[in-house]
Design a protein around this ligand. Structure first.
Ligand SMILES: Nc1nc2c(ncn2[C@@H]2O[C@H](COP(=O)(O)OP(=O)(O)OP(=O)(O)O)[C@@H](O)[C@H]2O)c(=O)[nH]1
Ligand SMILES: [Mg+2]
Length: 202
């Protein structure tokens, strides 16, 4: 795989805003897991995570995505925990990424860990893709959430904000397309890229 076809990115959000559910949909839509293997919360495989529905450790998954432009990309996705107690996991993951999907639950809006994790992403000079999740929920307040995201910084004032349901898969294809269009390929030498990949796997 050529370096310019690789994208290393993390999914960040406040707790329960749907990061692991989106990771599941991305793995499904890139055929990283077959439907037969598919079950709810593929990545949250620790017993404590399954019992509480909470991600504790970051996970990295390599997906191969056949884009609409005919090119195959390698998407190295890191699903991070949203709980404030595990923010060290988020820092570690962002140091190994070039982009971050900032996910915001449309029924909750911007929350404390949305802001804290966005700050970490900025400190790591990551390109940020804002995404509103749970648009299928009857309690979704999409416009209000969009205003809150735009208020987070000048870079969001005119940015495209994606609207998805990680549960149903609605809008996820548009996010998959944006990942290779918006996030940069890893820079530096092939050696540095390899070191970054190793860091992601730890
Ligand atoms: N209605 C609806 N529910 C969703 C959607 N995405 C996620 N959920 C639900 O929201 C809850 C939390 O989802 P997770 O994917 O575990 O959230 P998370 O951000 O990974 O949580 P942490 O890792 O603990 O921070 C689960 O009950 C999901 O089924 C969505 O698009 N629509
Ligand atoms: Mg999770």
């Amino acid at each position: 795989m050529k370096q310019n076809q690789i994208r290393n990115f993390a999914i960040i959000a406040h707790i329960d805003h749907g990061k692991s559910t989106l990771a599941d949909r991305i793995m499904e839509q890139t055929q990283t897991v077959s439907e037969r293997e598919s079950k709810a919360q593929l990545l949250d495989d620790m017993q404590v995570e399954q019992a509480h529905g909470v991600t504790v450790k970051s996970r990295t998954v390599r997906n191969f995505y056949q884009a609409d432009n005919g090119i195959e990309y390698e998407y190295n996705l890191i699903d991070t925990p949203g709980h404030v107690d595990f923010s060290y996991e988020v820092s570690k993951s962002l140091a190994a990424s070039d982009g971050a999907i900032l996910l915001v639950d449309a029924t909750q809006g911007v929350q404390a860990q949305t802001v804290a994790n966005l700050r970490l992403a900025r400190e790591n000079h990551l390109t940020i893709l804002p995404v509103i999740n749970k648009i299928d929920n009857a309690a979704a307040e999409i416009e209000k959430t969009e205003r809150e995201i735009r208020a987070l910084g000048a870079e969001f004032s005119k940015a495209k904000i994606f609207h998805i349901s990680a549960k149903t898969g609605q809008g996820v294809h548009e996010v998959l397309e944006a990942i290779h269009q918006v996030f940069p390929a890893p820079t530096g030498s092939v050696l540095m890229a390899a070191v970054k990949c190793r860091k992601m796997a730890i």
